[in-house]
Every structure is written in structure tokens, then in C-alpha cells.
Write a protein that binds this ligand. Sequence first.
Ligand code: NAP
Ligand code: MG
Length: 403
Amino acid sequence: MAKIQMKTPLVEMDGDEMTRILWKIIKEELLVPFIDLKTEYYDLGLKHRDETDDQVTVDSANATKKYGVAVKCATITPNAARVKEYNLKQMWKSPNGTIRAILDGTVFRAPIVVKGIEPTVRTWKKPITIARHAYGDVYRAVEMKIPGPGKTELVYTAENGEVSRETIHVFDGPGIIQGQHNISASIESFARSCFTYALETKQDLWFSTKDTISKKYDHTFKDIFQEIFDKEYREKFDKAGIEYFYTLIDDAVARVIRSEGGFIWACKNYDGDVMSDMIATAFGSLAMMTSVLVSPAGIYEYEAAHGTVQRHYYKYLKGEPTSTNSVATIFAWTGALRKRGELDSIPELMDFADKLEKAVIDTIESGTMTGDLALITTMENPNKVGSEEFIKAVRARLEQELA
Ligand code: NAP
Ligand code: MG
């Protein structure tokens, strides 16, 4: 069988630990035998990030800007323990944070739904995608402990020296304060990324904040979304038969639980952080969650939502058998290949991505799965397999699918 040809390379960002091991097997078993795989390779493994003073991360993000599509393996975000373990020059920043800052994107997370791994919420039939604004609010907040009585204020000094003040609170005893900010341009990018992604995936878009209480801060988010929707997207949404729908966060939570799924839920930074963990867990497993960073300029970076699965990696290093779930990493590749196929008009590549995803889902639905899923499946007597065995089982199905 002739290999599928590619035109433009994918930006390939390799990573760390167990996911780096899976990365290699996925390429060898599921991609290279079938595709004349063109990638521009960047090694974002922690050792190489340290050797290049993290320049490799910046280079990989710039390459993504150039080519338009990247696929990323999970990477270690260093903490004090990692600095020691890898003898690092410094505590390098989170690669995802660096890449996000360069591409200015929004992260969309969606569960992979399979029969036998049933959502905790009985009404959910289709995936719910969370779009999390990845800038500002409490993540960039400045905080102060107030030791005792006194007045606290918000002060804005304009460039021309004009000053406006607002009293936060007059304390008569100890307390705490916090200053949060966001930037209109970032909220606008967030809105455009969400509208674009909704059109592309033909799903309704929900957005929720607490604008009734936060009449300026949250209300600005609501207004910016509405303005951009009315000006740039309303007609396109009508044509596509999809809807943009704004509601209060507490109403949204109630509606999400009663829904059938099948929509995108846009959330402010904190809400998205919390809700994406809830959605992932309620759909079954973090190992079955995909993640894509979409920039307002239409640049895509695909990855798995989980980390490098450190605990399994240490078992692997000791030569012990592992049963690590590779599904989200495989779907990162299929997402990227499909997008590349779409942009370069290579229908065979898009078809290959569909078939590989089908092979993965059929493998699990036939009862063959990794340990994390075997623990939670409603299927009787699942066939629990090892990390590599699972990928080989997928390959066998893929070969049938392609024959
Ligand atoms: P993790 O890698 O997501 O793993 C946490 C636990 O979840 C694992 O120990 C495992 O549970 C389970 N799990 C996650 N993915 C799984 C999979 N594919 N198959 C089977 N089980 C899976 O999180 P972590 O251990 O807290 O973080 C490890 C490293 O990942 C950290 O250095 C962190 O910085 C990095 N990280 C990277 C990203 C990213 O690149 N996007 C995201 C998050 C974390 P059991 O041990 O119970 O089997
Ligand atoms: Mg979180």
C-alpha cells in the first residue's frame, strides 16, 4: 500500500517521561507505516529545554505560527523537585504557558466518548467542550494581607497623570484584599477563538460569567462577546444553524447537568480551570481528554490534557509492566493530521485520521483497554492490556480498516 503523502510539515513537539515513550511507539506503530510523515521536530524534553535555555520552546511556537499546525507531547513543568532531579540551570516556565503567550490562544478541552465508559451524568450523550480563557483574573492577581484597621483603595493613574480612586473597604480589623485585571484585547481574542471554533466544529457556544454581581469586570466579558458576535459572527452562525447563548454561571451549571452535551462552554480563567476537571472526571477519565490551543489567527496546537504520567514512567524505568492510556495522545496526532489534511486539501490524510480514531474507539468498545479504563468500565471482563499492547491492538484494527 502506498503511503499517504503530506505537503506541509506538522510542528512536532516531543515531551517527557511516559508520554515520550508512548509518543515514539505511536509514531512507529500507527503513523510511519501508513503516512510519509513530514514533521519539523522540536525536542521539548526537559533536558533539551535546559540545554537550549528554553529557546527550543520559543522556536517551536514560532514554527507553529509559520506552519499553522502543531502536535505536542506532555511536558514537565519544573518545580523545585524537578530542578534537583534534572540538575536544571533554572526553574524554566511551563512550556504550555510560553507557547500560549506566543500564539495568544484559547484552550479547548473535549472528552473522547466511548461505549463502556459511561458519564456519571446519565443525560450526557455527546461530549462537552470547555473553552478556558487562559489569561489574567486571579492567575495574575496581586494580593495583600491587611494587618489591621485602615482604608484600602483601587487607584488608576492615567498616562496624563489623571487619577481615579475607588474605596475597596475601610477595615476596622485585619483582613485580605486582591487586585485582579484583564485586558480587552485578550478577551476579544478569546471571543474570536470561541466563535471560530464553534463554527468549525458546528456546535452551539455557551458563555457564562457572574455579570449580575460583577457589573463592570464580568459584564465587560459579556459585552465584548456580544459585540463581536453581532458584528462578525451572527450571520455565519445562522447559516451554520448553530447558536450563541449567554447565561449566568450558576444557570449554566444547572443547564450543563441537565443537557445532552454536544456544545462548547466558554469559561473565564478560573471557571474553566475548575469546570474542565469536573467535566473530565464526570466523563470518565483525564486520560480520555483531548486539548487544542486555537489562536484567533487560526493556528492550532493539539495535545493530550493529562501530564507526563510520572508514576508510570518510574515503573517503566524499573522494567516493570505499565498500562498507560495513549488515547488522548493518539487523538492529538489525529487532530493535527486532520487539520493539516484540511488546510492542504489532502482528503486521504483526513480519512486516515478518522480511521485511526475509529480503530481506537472500536478497540476499547470491543473490550481491550488500559488499566485506568478497565477499572471504571461498565463492561464485564475487560481485557486489560499494557501500554504497547494497546497500541498494537489499535494497529491491527487500523490495518483492517485501511485494507
Ligand atoms: P499526570 O501525568 O496527568 O498523572 C496523574 C495521574 O493520573 C497518574 O499518576 C495516573 O494515575 C493518572 N493518569 C494520567 N494520565 C494517564 C494516562 N494517560 N494513562 C493512565 N493513567 C493516567 O499528572 P502528574 O503526575 O501530576 O504530573 C506529571 C508531570 O506532568 C508534571 O511534571 C507536570 O508538570 C506535567 N504536566 C504536564 C501537562 C502538559 O504538558 N500539558 C499537563 C499536566 C501536567 P495512577 O498513577 O493512579 O495510575
Ligand atoms: Mg486545574
